[in-house]
Design a protein around this ligand. Structure first.
Ligand code: SAM
Length: 216
């Protein structure tokens, strides 16, 4: 079984973790990367925008953005447990009818998911060794804004992630986390016609928001 198959993601992002994340979100609001992404996105939001949240987990980004004025959202998420938690919260907030939930990996869904004004990937590229494909498929759907977060490439982060992956190997768990080269990710984003509009970081995470460069 490879490290990023749907089966492995279902095992990693299971009902227990989904319930814990939903409880934490209800108590404390969005996590740090989501808060930074929201800060960067709010400064550039087009009116009545549509959102595609790839790997949205329990849906913190779309719950917040729908409250903030985004018109419609779509979440593509391979973990059934996370998707169910996102749906439960959407019902509680009265967002039903404004958000669509698709149980799939972006690789399976890309051909049919409609384009959106905003595309987000919060802490998703680090779940996949083929980050280039995940980025390209997501960027291919983005009309105006693209926002993502990823683990920073410095030695401390790589050492901790390496240790966590060793423990996973010892426990015979197939899930792995990846720290990808930021320069390569930035060059892919530029190649899709986006330029940096907002950057922020924590000790572990880098956050970036990008706007589409106007055609010459
Ligand atoms: C660390 S969680 C982050 C969830 C949420 N974005 C957040 O920041 O709370 C990573 C999420 O990405 C999803 N994911 C991983 N690879 C994916 C892919 N290729 N397509 C769509 N979602 C993916 C996982 O199922 C999981 O929900």
């Amino acid at each position: 079984m490879d490290c990023c198959s749907t089966e492995v993601l279902e095992q990693q992002f299971d009902p227990r973790l989904a319930a814990a994340e939903l409880r934490r979100y209800r108590r404390r609001g969005p996590g740090r990367t989501a808060r930074l992404l929201l800060l960067g996105l709010r400064a550039h939001l087009p009116p009545q925008a549509t959102l595609l949240d790839v790997g949205g987990g329990i849906g913190a980004l779309h719950h917040e953005l729908l409250d903030y004025g985004v018109a419609r959202a779509c979440e593509v998420e391979p973990s059934a447990a996370f998707l169910q938690a996102a749906e439960e919260e959407a019902r509680r907030r009265g967002h039903v009818g404004r958000v669509e939930f698709i149980h799939a990996d972006i690789r399976q869904a890309a051909a049919t998911v409609p384009d959106a004004d905003i595309v987000t990937l919060d802490r998703v590229v680090c779940c996949d060794p083929d980050y280039e494909q995940v980025l390209q498929l997501s960027l291919g759907k983005a009309r105006q804004l693209f926002a993502y977060s990823y683990p920073r490439h410095w030695l401390g982060v790589r050492a901790v992630v390496g240790l966590q992956n060793t423990l996973r190997r010892l426990r015979r768990t197939n899930f792995r986390v990846f720290v990808h080269p930021p320069e390569r990710m930035e060059s892919i984003i530029r190649a899709y016609g986006f330029s940096s509009a907002f950057r922020a970081r924590t000790l572990v995470w880098q956050v970036g928001v990008y706007t589409r460069v106007a055609a010459a």
